[in-house]
Design a protein around this ligand. Structure first.
Ligand code: ATP
Length: 248
């Protein structure tokens, strides 16, 4: 059923460098088949939350000191990124992260590295990615470092798709991208959600665009969830309008 919970984050606390308390008890859940937005201003803790889920805090000297993170009801806090990808969760990091010296297509193929289901299936998924991102097909031979910011963001999402994920953690897809491309990217996210059944947890500072495409939203302020609800309700909430949508 659509209310199935995939990811459950329960009251997590994250501390950097043993002293800096950044997440102060964050809880959220990601249902199967949904687009869930994690909203909030600069420094609210969105990236930290995604990195806590995908176990990427160690290199930043951060650690989860309290709380639980479960996927399909099983703890995932000690899984390597590879093990997490095998469970169906993949993160697209903020700032695109393509391999600049590889072609677009080579970048996409690196996303399939954990797969053991054969070249034919991988080829079919490459076609699937190109069908959602026609721009990537056009640019497939181009060196990724010479494509536009929006195309690199698409390439990063496409690469994530090549692992056949059940859930994509997408960090700040609108960052540094022209408004028209932002709409294009969010439209593709919506199509992937509806047609391929991929669930998304999407960190975004651009509340306006995120709440138009997401089903449910959480608003973080200084490491705490201060509001949550269906996207349609958040869009109409007076406080959200005043503080996050820039109108009252
Ligand atoms: P942004 O949109 O800027 O990425 P965010 O909501 O994703 O914002 P985080 O990047 O999670 O916020 O940062 C939350 C807080 O944690 C900020 O105050 C930031 O300065 C702090 N922080 C992030 N990384 C570290 C680190 N490695 N060491 C210490 N503090 C950090």
């Amino acid at each position: 059923t659509p209310t199935d919970t995939l990811l459950e984050v329960n009251n997590i606390e994250v501390i950097y460098n043993h002293v800096i308390l950044v997440l102060k008890g964050v809880s959220l859940s990601v249902p199967r088949g949904g687009i869930t937005a994690l909203l909030g201003g600069n420094g609210a803790g969105k990236t930290t939350t995604l990195k806590a889920i995908s176990n990427l805090l160690h290199s930043e000297r951060g650690e989860v000191t309290k709380g639980k993170i479960e996927y399909h009801g099983k703890p995932i806090q000690n899984l390597s990124p590879e093990a997490l990808v095998k469970r169906g969760v993949v993160q697209v990091m903020e700032g695109r992260h393509c391999f600049e010296h590889l072609s677009v297509e080579e970048n996409l193929m690196t996303g399939a590295y954990t797969r053991t289901d054969g070249a034919a299936n991988i080829k079919a998924d490459l076609e699937m990615v190109y069908s959602y991102f026609p721009r990537l097909r056009e640019r497939r031979k181009s060196q990724a470092g010479f494509t536009s910011g929006g195309e690199q963001q698409m390439c990063a999402i496409g690469r994530a798709l090549m692992s056949r994920p059940e859930t994509i953690l997408l960090d700040e897809p609108s960052m540094g991208i022209a408004p028209q491309l932002v709409e294009e990217i969010f439209t593709i996210v919506k199509n992937l959600n509806e047609n391929e059944g991929v669930s998304f947890l999407l960190a975004e500072q651009n509340t306006n665009v995120a709440l138009r495409y997401a089903h449910h939203g959480y608003i973080l302020e200084s490491g705490r969830v201060v509001m949550e609800g269906p996207a349609a309700e958040l869009r109409e909430n007076p406080d959200v309008k005043e503080f996050y949508l820039g109108m009252s």
